[in-house]
Write a protein that binds this ligand. Structure first.
Ligand SMILES: *Cc1c(COP(=O)(O)O)cnc(C)c1O
Length: 424
């Protein structure tokens, strides 16, 4: 399989005339089609709702598009809660799945009427203090410990993760919540990240559904929503088979009928908190080749850097790169594609076979639509790029401007200092 960019060279050139590289650009048509497919896949469940994990791409314009498909917002900080508020997500449209939470953020979430998803049993008391009393609806996050393995070799290590409550703690937490007058209960777990497998959600569902049945039996609490969280992945590698969301929906439905219905929990609502799956493939970082260096290896220097996209530097993540206009050229050269940070891990690709790249070539770095721009930072005085939206009618809208040096200096609280720099 090959990865197809959603921009042609011609279109990219037209955009660059107005908006210089580097920038992130998102594909509205792709985001919409995918959101509809997810909705369809879970339409068998009456209360189904996706809470978009806004940390993946915290841009109000994109979140607004997802709102049209019934999506709420999954937030984990006060600023993300504020972002949810700006797009009109309030009350049950907010899921607050935070951890190590400052108590004023619990209070802010409660003020917006959002659903608090408790990461720890000790937080019951914190929420009670911060909010005066517990909200009527509350959720708890489960961590079963051990390792979580899928048959294709994907695994993760919940036993080594800081999130959630143990089995005994979560039973106790629901008993306390019930005692304290909470009326509606939710259950949540996130056990494996970026799973390119149709098996993950059904396996996770089984763990949570069985736990819900146990909670009903032992604690007398009927769970009303089960949140499968994030973790459904995307194929970053060109030879990976993408997930089939309709199969995933069918798989969860099957376990629902096998476990929840016989337990008398057939009216449970299924929630998801997907981030990467919602926007990942529908974003790209567009950058221009500006330098070519030959020492012990061949380097192509581009005008973007790890401050625009940290995943390769941070965890060696693969992002496919297409040289626009050279889609069908032979990959006869071996390059490192680098940014200009004074860090040797500032490389978008290492020893990658690619077509011959010339200065001025435009590179399309795939799959930056989630955990891309949002992980950006200002190291080496790098300024955050613009974010653009390729509309369904193929027009282009700037949905966040690029930072300027004035933004960089603004937080010194000595803005005059910047003024003096530019007037000198
Ligand atoms: C990051 C995160 C998500 C989204 O994860 P993806 O891998 O982007 O789907 C959902 N829920 C919580 C609590 C998270 O921390």
């Amino acid at each position: 399989m090959s990865k197809k960019p959603f921009l042609t060279l011609e279109k990219a050139r037209e955009i660059i005339e107005k908006y210089p590289t580097p920038f992130h650009i998102y594909d509205e048509a792709g985001i919409r089609k995918n959101a509809q497919q997810l909705k369809d896949a879970f339409s068998w469940n009456k209360g189904y709702k996706e809470y978009f994990a806004v940390k993946a791409t915290p841009n109000p314009f994109l979140v607004k598009i997802l709102r049209e498909y019934g999506c709420g917002c999954d937030c984990s900080s006060k600023t993300e809660l504020m972002l949810a508020k700006t797009v009109g997500a309030l009350g049950d449209d907010i899921m607050f799945s935070s951890n190590d939470t400052p108590s004023d953020e619990f209070a802010y979430c409660a003020k917006l009427g959002g659903i608090i998803n408790l990461d720890d049993i000790s937080h019951i008391e914190l929420v009670e203090k911060a909010c005066g009393r517990l909200p009527e609806k509350m959720s708890c996050r489960y961590n079963p410990g051990g390792v979580f393995k899928l048959s294709n070799g994907i695994m993760d290590n919940p036993g080594d993760a800081k999130y959630g409550m143990t089995h005994d703690q979560i039973l106790k937490a629901f008993a306390i919540l019930k005692d304290k007058g909470v009326k509606k209960f939710g259950l949540h777990a996130f056990l494996c990240s970026n799973t390119v497998s149709d098996e993950y959600y059904p396996m996770l569902a089984k763990v949570l559904f069985e736990l819900a049945a146990e909670i009903k039996e032992k604690v007398g609490v009927s769970i009303s929503f089960i949140n499968l969280s994030g973790g459904v992945g995307i194929p970053y590698l060109p030879d990976q088979e993408p997930n089939d969301i309709s199969k995933i929906g069918i798989g969860v439905h099957k376990v629902f009928n096998e476990v929840l219905v016989p337990a008398g929990l057939g009216d449970v609502s299924i929630y998801t908190e997907l981030g990467r799956y919602m926007t990942g493939p529908y974003g790209a970082l567009i950058t221009t080749a500006i330098n070519h260096k030959h020492i012990y290896k061949e380097y192509i220097g581009v005008d973007a850097c790890a401050a625009n996209l940290m995943r390769p530097a941070m965890y060696g993540a693969y992002h496919h790169i297409t040289v626009l206009g050279k889609e069908n050229a032979e990959c006869s050269r071996k390059y490192d594609i680098t940014g200009s940070l004074c860090e040797n891990n500032d490389k978008f690709a290492i020893d990658r076979m690619m077509p011959e790249i010339e200065k001025g070539d435009i590179l399309f770095i795939h799959d930056t639509g989630a955990h891309g721009f949002s992980m950006g930072y200002n190291y080496n005085g790098k300024l955050r790029s613009a974010e653009l939206l390729l509309r369904s009618d193929s027009s282009v809208q700037m949905i966040r401007r690029a930072e300027t040096a004035a933004d960089y200096f603004a937080t010194f609280d000595c803005f005059d200092f910047y003024e003096s720099l530019i007037t000198e």
